[in-house]
Design a protein around this ligand. Structure first.
Ligand SMILES: [Zn+2]
Length: 147
């Protein structure tokens, strides 16, 4: 299992990654979700779980994850049927919150280039808290790679 502590964003996330190393479990595989993630599974399909991000990005009002049940590392391991499940779960999140605006992304490949902290693929669905008309607006930062 390969994770990249240097890509963690907060002290708490770094501490969790150190626990992950000590226990030698993936935080997004089933055992890790129970022992480390600890937040409830909001919805489940044949191949995926939906849960909230334990470390939501600063400034988000919602930050959900769609996580494959299997320890999938490569984006091409996601079959067309699995993409359909991801679409269903995405729609479920957007409808059930409801989420009227937001973004979705998946980092994949070399952690040193994608800026992901975990090799276990996961989709991020999030929305901010302010509009572009707010005087003190700042954007939600999500690193998707490096220049
Ligand atoms: Zn895993």
């Amino acid at each position: 299992m390969k994770n990249l502590k240097s890509n963690s964003r907060t002290k708490e996330q770094l501490e969790r990654m150190e626990i992950v190393e000590k226990l030698n479990v993936c935080p997004f595989c089933e055992e890790g979700l129970e022992k480390i993630h600890k937040l409830p599974i909001e919805k489940e399909t044949i191949n995926f779980f939906v849960t909230k991000n334990a470390f939501p990005y600063e400034g988000t009002s919602h930050h959900y994850l769609i996580i494959p049940k299997k320890h999938i590392r490569e984006v091409l391991e996601i079959s067309p049927k699995m993409w359909a499940e991801i679409g269903e779960l995405f729609n479920w999140i957007v409808e059930s919150i409801p989420m009227k605006f937001g973004g979705v992304f998946l980092r994949f490949g070399d952690l040193h280039r994608s800026a992901a902290s975990l090799e276990h693929l996961h989709f991020q669905i999030l929305s901010g808290t302010k509009s572009d008309k707010d005087k003190d607006k700042k954007s939600v930062k999500a690193t998707l790679g490096y220049k």
